[in-house]
Write a protein that binds this ligand. Structure first.
Ligand code: 6PG
Length: 239
C-alpha cells in the first residue's frame, strides 16, 4: 500500500493540515452521499485541529456530519479525561452540533457492556461492515493508536467492531474501535506531532512489522487510503 506521508514544519501547521484534510474528505462525502460519517481521535492533538474546524461554521454543512469515536476512557462524559468532553468543548459546542449527530462511547458504563453497546450501535448505524467515511487517529509515544496499546493486541477480538481493552500501564479498561472497523474505513488519517513520537514513528513506518509492540502498524485500510500527517519534530529530515 503506497504510503501517503505529509511532514508539516510545526504543530500549528500540522493542526491546519489536519483540519484541511477533514474538510477535504467531508465535502465530497456530503455532496455525493448526503453525509459524512467520521470517527474522531481523543487525546490532546485533536484540540488544535478542532479549534480550527470550529472557526469554520460555513466550510461544510455540519448538520450532515455524524460523529463517532475511535476510543474513549472509562470515565463519565463530563470527566476531565473524557474524549467526548474534550470534543464537545472544542468542536461540538462551538458548532452547535446536535446530540442526534453524536454517537459517543459510554465510558461511564461497565466497560464490556459499553463496548457491546457500541458494537451494536456501529452495526445499526453503519451496517454489518461498519464502513466509516473517515477515521482520525493519533499515535502515542509508545506507538499505540486509539486504545490499541502495546502488549494488548492478542486480547483484541478481531471479529468485534468495538471492545473494552484492559491497558496495564493505566491499570484500567479503555473502549476502542478495533482494526476491523478502522481498516474498513474509506479514509484513515493518523496525526502525530512532537519529538517524543519520533522513535516510535520511525519504528512504525520503517521498522519490522511488530504490531503488538507498535499497534499503529495494525492500521492498514483494506480498500481505503491511509494518510499520515506528522510534524518535523516527529519526523526529522534524514541527516
Ligand atoms: C486517547 C487517544 C489516543 C491518542 C494518542 C495520542 O484516548 O488518548 O485516542 O490514542 O490519539 O494517545 O495522544 P496525544 O494526541 O495526546 O499525543
Amino acid at each position: 500500500m503506497p504510503r501517503n506521508l505529509h511532514v508539516l514544519p510545526d504543530a500549528a501547521a500540522l493542526a491546519h493540515a489536519a483540519a484541511g484534510h477533514f474538510l477535504t474528505l467531508a465535502a465530497p462525502a456530503i455532496e455525493s452521499r448526503g453525509r459524512f460519517d467520521v470517527a474522531l481521535a481523543g487525546g490532546s492533538t485533536p484540540k488544535a485541529m478542532n479549534a480550527i474546524l470550529a472557526a469554520q461554521p460555513q466550510a461544510i454543512d455540519w448538520t450532515r456530519v455524524r460523529f463517532f469515536f475511535g476510543d474513549e476512557r472509562c470515565v463519565p462524559p463530563d470527566h476531565p479525561d473524557s474524549n467526548y468532553r474534550m470534543t464537545r468543548e472544542t468542536l461540538f459546542a462551538p458548532l452547535d452540533i446536535e446530540q442526534t449527530q453524536i454517537f459517543r462511547m459510554h465510558g461511564e458504563d461497565e466497560p464490556h457492556a459499553a463496548a457491546a453497546a457500541y458494537d451494536a450501535l456501529l452495526e445499526r448505524e453503519l451496517g454489518a461492515e461498519a464502513i466509516l467515511d473517515a477515521v482520525f487517529l493519533g499515535m502515542g509515544p509508545d506507538g499505540h493508536t486509539a486504545s490499541l496499546f502495546p502488549g494488548t493486541i492478542a486480547g483484541i477480538d478481531g471479529a468485534r467492531r468495538a471492545v473494552a481493552n484492559f491497558v496495564p500501564k493505566f491499570g484500567t479498561f479503555r473502549l476502542t474501535l478495533t482494526p476491523l472497523v478502522i481498516n474498513a474505513a474509506r479514509h484513515v488519517t493518523i496525526t502525530a506531532g512532537g519529538a517524543e513520537k519520533a522513535a516510535s514513528l520511525a519504528a512504525v513506518l520503517d521498522g519490522p512489522h511488530e504490531p503488538d509492540t507498535y499497534p499503529s502498524q495494525l492500521v492498514a485500510p483494506a480498500s481505503g487510503d491511509l494518510t499520515w500527517l506528522v510534524d518535523a519534530a516527529a519526523h526529522p529530515a534524514p541527516v
